[in-house]
Design a protein around this ligand. Structure first.
Ligand SMILES: NC(=O)c1ccc[n+]([C@@H]2O[C@H](COP(=O)([O-])OP(=O)(O)OC[C@H]3O[C@@H](n4cnc5c(N)ncnc54)[C@H](O)[C@@H]3O)[C@@H](O)[C@H]2O)c1
Length: 429
């Protein structure tokens, strides 16, 4: 099939590459000629494991074409995906400016044949009907189209694999024809097919991210209880998670969720519910606990560090990504800098982005070892694999005072204390 993606961020570029790899002709529309040049040269711009290889393979096969020109891509496309950002506004609502302006632009270039316009971006319930109205108003008279919601569930860090092996493919539409086209496109991919109403598809995405966020906040709430009582949160959650009805996944105590999806999607669902007169207390609490987890960790750092001379490991909001949007690290580091901390920081992938965000008071170093040299405490903010089995004896020898404050519970407290560290984790002694 011939398809188009508008937007080449984490969702756009990954899904475009995967569908090209399946043999489709895929256009990707961007706004900036410099970025288009980079993509054409095989640089995916973002860091995502395995992505560059798929991109290069499909560039070579001429199955993926990058452009800034809607007229190059839209008229021949059977399916057009919107994969642009829907960032939070100041009040927490999703900002749909890009969605609506892209919908208008697409509509002007629609060809004479039938096409499906499908939103991969996460948008509040009702948005796809607004997209339909915009297209109806602006399209050429003889253009035939339907809209469908096809929300994306990939996770940064494992996005390529997630897209090749989805748990489910959700398609929401009023139109049987649009549903058939999307099912045809997804045919080579495994996973259940969930064919639903437009509104259901929109809510499935927000409900999924909200329940995952709820599990994380619940784990943090339990960690607060454990810290006050001498229980160990990891032991408690192992005990809880072995119940098949509950499961252990996403019961992650620590410094809370971040990234470009969970925080914004929880807030946006709160706003949607409130606009409909629904009491959204549950998700308000999820958001509050997430904030409390970060603030508790900052208090812990302030009370447990022997001096203000510290090293930090991990800046990205989670491992295997360079994404720092709404990362707990940014909030925590800003607070520590305001308290006069001197910080050396290391992250395997996210330092370039972080330098743009935090441009003074922090020294970025090239290795985990450099980050701890002559410091009085090491703070762990992201659970990258390279920290899990690092030579902790060597780390201890480099530090002035062997203190670790671990926001991700990556070490066994007994083992690390035996090495000679003073170790503080979250919700465990
Ligand atoms: N990142 C994830 O893990 C993930 C997972 C599932 C769903 N989503 C959702 O998918 C959407 C995109 O997320 P993302 O992480 O890829 O965002 P992103 O910020 O990485 O990418 C957004 C892309 O849209 C482009 N864009 C914005 N406005 C545009 C316009 N007017 N014209 C053309 N291009 C425009 C940007 O240049 C960028 O390439 C969001 O709604 C997000 O909630 C994200």
């Amino acid at each position: 099939m011939t398809i188009t993606f508008v937007g080449h961020g984490y969702v756009g570029i990954v899904t475009a590459c995967v569908f090209a790899d399946l043999g489709n002709t895929v256009y990707v529309i961007g706004r900036t000629p410099e970025k288009i040049k980079k993509l054409e040269s095989g640089d995916p711009i973002i860091f995502e494991p395995g992505l560059q290889e798929v991109l290069k393979r499909n560039l070579l096969a001429k199955r993926i074409i990058f452009t800034t020109d809607y007229n190059v891509a839209i008229p021949s496309s059977e399916i057009i995906f919107l994969a642009v950002g829907t960032p939070p506004k100041e009040n927490g609502e999703a900002d749909l400016t890009s969605i609506f302006s892209v919908a208008k632009e697409i509509s002007k270039h629609l060809g004479k044949h039938y096409s499906v316009i499908s939103c991969k971006s996460t948008v509040p319930v009702g948005t796809n009907r607004k997209i339909k109205d915009i297209i109806e108003k602006n399209k050429p008279k003889n253009a035939l189209f339907d809209v469908a919601s096809c929300p994306e569930f990939l996770r940064e860090g494992t996005a390529v694999n997630d897209t090749f092996f989805p748990d489910r493919v959700v398609v929401g539409s009023d139109s049987k024809r649009a549903i058939q086209m999307l099912l045809k496109l997804h045919k080579p991919l495994p996973g259940e097919r969930i064919i639903v109403r437009l509104e259901s598809a929109e809510i499935i995405k927000y409900a999924s991210n909200s329940i995952l966020s709820t599990k994380i906040s619940f784990a943090n709430l339990v960690s607060f209880l454990c810290e006050k009582t001498g229980a160990d949160v990891e032991e408690v959650l192992d005990g809880v998670g072995l119940d098949k009805r509950i499961g252990r996944s996403f019961l992650f105590p620590g410094i809370g969720y971040g990234g470009s999806c969970f925080p914004k999607d929880v807030l946006a669902l709160i706003k949607t519910g409130e606009s409909l007169g629904i009491d959204m207390k549950l998700l308000i609490a999820v958001n509050d606990i997430n904030q409390r987890a970060r603030d508790n960790f900052i208090e812990k750092i302030i009370s447990k560090t022997p001096s203000k001379n510290i090293g930090i490991w991990g800046l990205s909001f989670k491992p295997n990504t360079d994404d720092i949007r709404f990362a707990p690290s940014i909030y925590i580091i800003e607070k520590l800098l305001a308290h006069g901390y001197k910080i050396k920081a290391y992250d395997p992938q996210a330092m370039e982005h972080t330098k743009k965000e935090l441009n003074h008071g922090i020294i970025f170093v090239r290795s985990a070892f450099d980050a701890v040299k002559d410091t009085d405490a090491l703070i762990i903010l992201t659970e990258w694999n390279e920290f899990k089995q690092i030579n902790l004896h060597a780390i201890k020898d480099l530090m002035k005072t062997p203190v670790i404050i671990d926001g991700r519970n990556i070490y066994d407290p007994t083992t690390i204390k035996e090495i000679g560290f003073t170790y503080y984790a979250v919700g465990r002694q």
